[in-house]
Design a protein around this ligand. Structure first.
Ligand code: SF4
Length: 256
């Protein structure tokens, strides 16, 4: 089974979550998770508009064939899908760089849209996952990617090469998990409060009679976090000084 973006992201949060998704276990979305999805959808639209407003020609929406991609006809490609062997991903955007260096490396820069103000290590790893997925098709890996994030749509540049070793290790671990098909030991974590498998894991904890697990899975923790995050985030990101997709003014990020 291919490693999808969804399973990779789940594995970064929790091995049990990745296993449950892989085995098609049904979960129930929490209020916080639903709100996040809604926020992501709105933020995505705002970022797409922002990128498109900087172009003189319309972007390509979809997945051009390899010949067209290598022909470098489009400055911006949205919703590029990679379905190549063991990796499946949908990239938010690919921006073409026409610089001399880009001719030697991959000329496309993957871009991700992340609503939160502060970028997490997982955000950067997901961007690196996009880059690895693109390299499967293009044959070269981009050196850097960009994340547009926060209400001011700040553009952060992320060096990707230092993250590639970690991506390969996670890909091997996910592949190993799928091959062996053995359910991982339940390890609760801070993601549980918004996880769709919270009820299922609570039941497991009850069966184990592990009170510490039950405390960690209290629905209160999820509600408290929701209120806090609602007050910190905006669903209507404002426009920043982004003017040209080829001249994004980055805020450099050092990978963790
Ligand atoms: S509820 Fe927690 S332990 Fe269970 S799958 Fe989700 S994140 Fe993992």
């Amino acid at each position: 089974m291919p490693i999808t973006e969804e399973i990779f992201a789940a594995f970064l949060k929790c091995e049990t979550k990745a296993y449950l998704k892989y085995s098609s276990t049904l979960g129930a979305q929490s209020e916080l998770s639903q709100w996040r999805q809604h926020q992501q959808k709105e933020y995505r639209e705002a970022c797409r508009k922002l990128l498109c407003s900087a172009l003189h020609a319309p972007p390509f929406v979809g997945t051009p064939d390899l010949q067209t991609l290598k022909g470098q006809r489009f400055d911006l490609i949205l919703d590029y899908i990679v379905a190549h062997g063991d990796i499946h991903a949908c990239l938010d955007a690919l921006a073409l760089s026409r610089g001399k260096r880009a001719k030697l490396d991959c000329p496309y820069t993957p871009i991700r849209f992340v609503p939160s103000e502060r970028l997490s290590t997982d955000d950067k790893l997901m961007l690196a996952f996009d880059a690895v997925a693109l390299s499967k098709v293009y044959g070269r890996t981009p050196r850097a990617g960009r994340i547009i994030h926060g209400r001011n749509q700040t553009v952060a540049t992320v060096a990707l090469f230092p993250l590639l070793g970690r991506i390969q290790r996670v890909l091997r671990a996910v592949n190993d998990q799928q091959t062996k098909a053995v359910q991982p030991t339940l390890v609760l974590n801070k993601h549980c409060a918004e996880c769709e498998f919270q009820s299922r894991c609570r039941q497991v904890a009850m069966q184990k009679d592990d009170l510490s697990l039950l405390t960690s899975l209290s629905p209160r923790s999820g509600k408290g976090r929701t209120k806090k995050e609602f007050s910190q985030c905006s669903n209507s990101p404002t426009r920043s000084g982004l003017r040209d997709v080829r001249h994004l003014r980055p805020q450099s990020i050092t990978p963790h």
